[in-house]
Design a protein around this ligand. Structure first.
Ligand code: PLP
Length: 456
């Protein structure tokens, strides 16, 4: 058993440094996933100071910290204006995309319950983020999956087939995470006709697509300028360049937001009024987001978006020239690719030896998605793209041809996956398994693995 140490451990910061020794460095410019690096040191400084200034204040009680209400309302108003909203748009700051999505699904569910009986349904294209499935699981909605088209966008016909009187919410992505493609929200809105709740998940695109459009890029319409859009999620901790724990959820009007809010007065304590899933939480990321938005302003976001665009286009050209297949039409900061000649999982492993993180997407044979590599491009990549492409080329030559696990040996192989507690198994192998197995089987396997081995 591990006991608590003695009071005031003076060496704890050194211990933390040691614990982090094997971590990749998010400031290195070498990660093409999970990192949104503006490469502006003053911005980082401002965000960190703002975070510390408000770290000890809770967002739970906006009656004792007027600053929190002021910052949240201003952030929501700025985000609404960016996303085609007007004065009627209502919204809140949350701790991330998943929380924003959870709240939108709850608001849609409450509207459904006010109007209808039965189990509400969520219509979800296969490329939508799993946060919606999580929300459905938490909130008791039935998930109805819909097809995507050959460009990896939601298929409006499939959505039309899926909608029925039990549909509480339909989801589009702007863009989707796996391929960076923006769904044809206008066509989907023609199907939902302003009668069915249409949520646009702009967690990835909310703070970059509007700026790319201003830079002259052809961007598929996705925001409140489309009549049938009821709600939009947009993450500040992605291309908003705020620290982790920052997102915005917007509704076309306050009436639609009603079901998002939780209130309770049936106890002797303070009346609980929550505009988020979490209750007590630090105002640090709110303040840092406020600071980042003010520091960057329109001009800053435009400049950073331009860098992302330049790097993404360089990579896209290179991949096409080298015979890789870029999947769909990337419109934001994400680009994904596959190959019939190169083992992309091996490629990721070889790139990791050179300290590059490129994200493996196992895809799914059963669902018809190829194995692929996902790149979330950030502004810093504009500076390192030459070296990145050089390494990518060299590693591709050594990666060998694609392979596939023999399905008949899968059970035997799984039992040979012996992980020690707290240690990860061989991820290349796990991804190969995920690619060939049925998703239900994979989910069971992952759950067992995480529960039995990875976490205590
Ligand atoms: C399109 C999309 N939606 C939702 C999410 C979930 O966001 P978070 O990880 O902040 O909860 C992500 C995360 O990558 C995303 O890409």
């Amino acid at each position: 058993m591990k006991r608590l140490p003695a009071f005031g451990d003076p060496g704890v910061l050194k211990k933390l440094e040691k614990i982090a020794e094997k971590d990749l460095d998010p400031q290195s410019g070498k990660l093409f996933g999970h990192v949104y690096n503006a490469r502006l040191f003053d911005l980082l400084e401002v965000a960190r100071k703002a975070y510390l200034m408000f770290m000890d204040k809770t967002m739970l009680d906006f009656t004792i910290y007027p600053s929190i209400l002021a910052m949240e309302n201003e952030i929501v108003a700025m985000t609404a204006s960016l996303l085609g909203g007007d004065e009627n748009v209502a919204g809140n700051f949350t701790y991330g995309g998943t929380e924003s999505i959870m709240l939108a699904v709850k608001a849609a569910r409450e509207k459904f319950r006010r109007e209808k009986d039965g189990v509400p349904e969520i219509v979800l294209p296969l490329t939508a983020h799993p946060a919606f499935i999580k929300a459905a699981a938490y909130l008791g909605l039935k998930v109805v999956r819909t097809r995507i088209d050959e460009k990896f966008r939601a298929d409006p016909d499939s959505i039309a087939e899926a909608i029925n009187e039990k549909t509480a919410i339909v989801v589009c992505s702007a863009p989707n995470y796996p391929f960076g493609c923006v769904d044809d929200v206008k066509s989907v809105a023609e199907v939902t006709e302003g009668k069915v709740w249409l949520h646009v998940d702009a967690c990835m695109g909310g703070f970059i697509l509007p700026f790319l459009k201003r830079l002259g890029e052809k961007i598929t319409d996705f925001d409140f300028s489309i009549d049938g859009v009821f709600s939009i999620s947009a993450d500040l901790h992605k291309y908003g360049y705020a620290p982790r724990g920052a997102s915005v959820i917007l509704y076309r009007n306050p009436e639609l937001r009603r079901g998002h809010i939780f209130v309770n007065a049936s106890w002797p304590g303070y009346p609980m009024v929550n505009t988020a899933v979490l209750s007590t939480r630090s105002a640090g990321t709110l303040a840092a987001s406020y600071a980042v938005m003010h520091y960057l302003g329109e001009e800053g976001y435009l400049k950073l978006s331009e860098k992302v665009l330049r790097a993404r286009k360089r990579i896209e050209r290179y991949l096409n020239d080298m015979g890789f297949e870029v999947l769909g039409i990337p419109e934001a900061g994400i680009i994904s690719f596959t190959s019939s000649k190169v083992n992309v999982f091996k490629l990721a492993k070889l790139m990791a030896e050179r300290m590059w993180y490129i994200q493996v997407q196992p895809g799914s044979k059963k669902l018809g998605f190829p194995k692929s590599i996902h790149l979330t491009v950030n502004p810093y990549h504009d500076e390192v793209v030459d070296q990145f492409l050089k390494d990518l080329g060299e590693c591709s030559e050594r990666a060998g041809k694609p392979t596939e696990i023999d399905e008949s040996r899968v059970l035997e192989l799984i039992s040979s996956l012996k992980a020690e507690r707290g240690r990860l198994p061989d991820l290349e192998f796990v991804n190969e398994l995920i690619h060939v197995m049925d998703p239900d089987f994979v989910e069971e396997m992952l759950l067992n693995f995480v529960n039995d081995y990875i976490f205590r």
